[in-house]
Design a protein around this ligand. Structure first.
Ligand code: HEM
Length: 413
């Protein structure tokens, strides 16, 4: 028999919270954890018991600090999914899993194609893709699945256009990416899906080397692969990162954002009546409120650091829930209210610091043009399912719909 406090067995670690009670909001467990002093410990698949960050200020501190490594081989790095295990075992060197200065060296090859200026110049092309997808939606007889007709096609067509990937192959790469990202795929299933995608992109890259076009993969192949600065494996990893990051995330935002507006008619009316500045702010609020990056940001401390009054030791893991920090009342007034007029710009939906989203200007432009055009052309759009019947992805790295049934009247143009 032991006295309380004897033996100092640590309290049991939590499972990473996944149970949602509202389709648009993070699991309520995060709100409870945010109120607790210090940092709770969470179960990892491998890599000990990482500490979980749910407060906004703590997240900014970790994401802005060079004392945290994003590499799989840093001692204490927490593996949270089969896909993490597969990538660690196969030594996949993705941009997201490197540290500065190597990370910046790799990232600099890509930044010029994703600047605000470059994306602004693409506005007419992106508008054309949005218009085409809405034409396809309206070709249906008054009702359709928004995910298959609009939410996936828009960002997929745009990223295909930019990278120089044939959109005709979208069935193949969308299925492969979905299998690689699903939380319930085994490491072998992830490996097979990524292997197929890799073979496909390797063949495409060879074609770009033979016959370069005006697209990002051709430019990267000509500038870095042909002179031997990177090898084909690295080139394929870059192509895969850009392709997969480019459609799955924005597709989730389109689906969830549409449903959120349709269940908040007063916010939708404000958006439709508003000028472009308000509409841009609405996109920031959608990003904050929905925070689709459900899978935690993962790091390992390389020195002792104090976070939220708690000392994280070198060799310990840290997880950050972006959905949780974007609902922190210390950073956003009345955080659980969807309000497109609030100042939302400082949200962390694209993360923060050196690994913040490379494609954020592109995602913002796609979302702005989509919502503007959708509500102008299809004012009678409505949901066919009640929120409790929504067909949401289960245990996926990013939150979103599998399908979403919508309907409209003859008023649509
Ligand atoms: C990184 C979110 C769209 C490319 C990230 C990260 C987040 C994020 C949270 C940080 C990852 C981490 O630290 O683990 C989003 C959201 C999007 C979106 C919410 C849509 C609304 C895009 C698009 C692209 C893209 C359209 C197109 C190329 C990338 C890349 C990184 C990244 C390459 C890695 C950056 C680095 O490690 O330096 N994104 N993203 N994302 N995103 Fe996005």
């Amino acid at each position: 028999d032991t006295e309380p406090g004897d033996g100092a067995a640590p309290p049991p670690a939590l499972g990473y919270p996944t149970e949602r009670t509202c389709p648009f909001s993070p699991p309520p467990e995060f709100a409870r954890l945010r109120e607790q002093p210090g940092l709770p410990a969470v179960e990892a698949l491998e890599g000990g018991r990482p500490w979980l960050v749910t407060r906004y200020a703590d997240a900014r501190a970790v994401l802005g600090s060079p004392a945290f490594s994003a590499r799989f081989d840093t001692p204490g790095f927490p593996l949270m999914s089969p896909s993490d295990v597969q990538q660690r075992d196969d030594r996949t060197e993705s941009l997201i899993r490197t540290d500065d200065p190597e990370h910046l060296r790799q990232r600099r090859r890509l930044t010029r194609d994703f600047t605000v200026k470059r994306i602004a110049a693409l506005r007419p092309e992106i508008q054309g893709v949005v218009d085409g997808a809405l034409d396809e939606l309206l070709a249906h007889d008054g009702s359709a699945d928004l995910i298959a007709t609009v939410a996936l096609p828009i960002p997929s067509r745009v990223i295909c256009l930019l990278l120089g990937v044939p959109y005709a192959d979208h069935g193949f790469f969308q299925r492969a990416a979905a299998r690689a990202l699903a939380g319930d795929s085994s490491p072998d299933e992830v490996r097979t899906a990524l292997g197929e995608l890799g073979d496909y992109l390797a063949a495409l890259v060879r074609e770009k080397v033979r016959d370069p076009q005006d697209d990002i993969l051709s430019r990267l192949a000509t500038a870095y692969l042909v002179p031997g600065e990177i090898d084909e494996r690295e080139m394929v990893t870059i192509a895969m990162t850009l392709l997969v990051a480019g459609f799955e995330t924005t597709g989730n935002m389109i689906g969830l954002g549409t449903a959120l507006f349709l269940t908040h008619p007063e916010q939708r009316a404000l958006f439709t009546a508003g000028d472009e500045q308000l509409q841009r702010n609405a996109v920031e609020e959608l990003l904050r409120y929905l925070s689709i990056a459900h899978h935690p940001r993962q790091f390992a401390a390389t020195e002792d650091v104090t976070v939220g009054g708690h000392t994280v030791r070198a060799g310990e893991g840290v997880l950050i829930s972006l959905p949780a920090v974007n609902r922190d009342a210390d950073a956003f007034d009345d955080p659980d209210t969807f309000d497109i007029t609030r100042p939302a710009q400082q949200h962390l939906a694209f993360s923060y610091g050196t690994h913040q989203c490379l494609g954020q200007a592109l995602a913002r432009m796609e979302l702005l043009l989509y919502f503007r055009t959708l509500f102008a052309r299809v004012p009678s759009l409505r949901l066919l399912d009640a929120p409790e019947d929504f067909d949401l992805k289960q245990r996926s790295r990013a939150h979103g719909f599998r399908s979403l049934s919508v309907a409209w009247q003859e008023d649509a143009r």
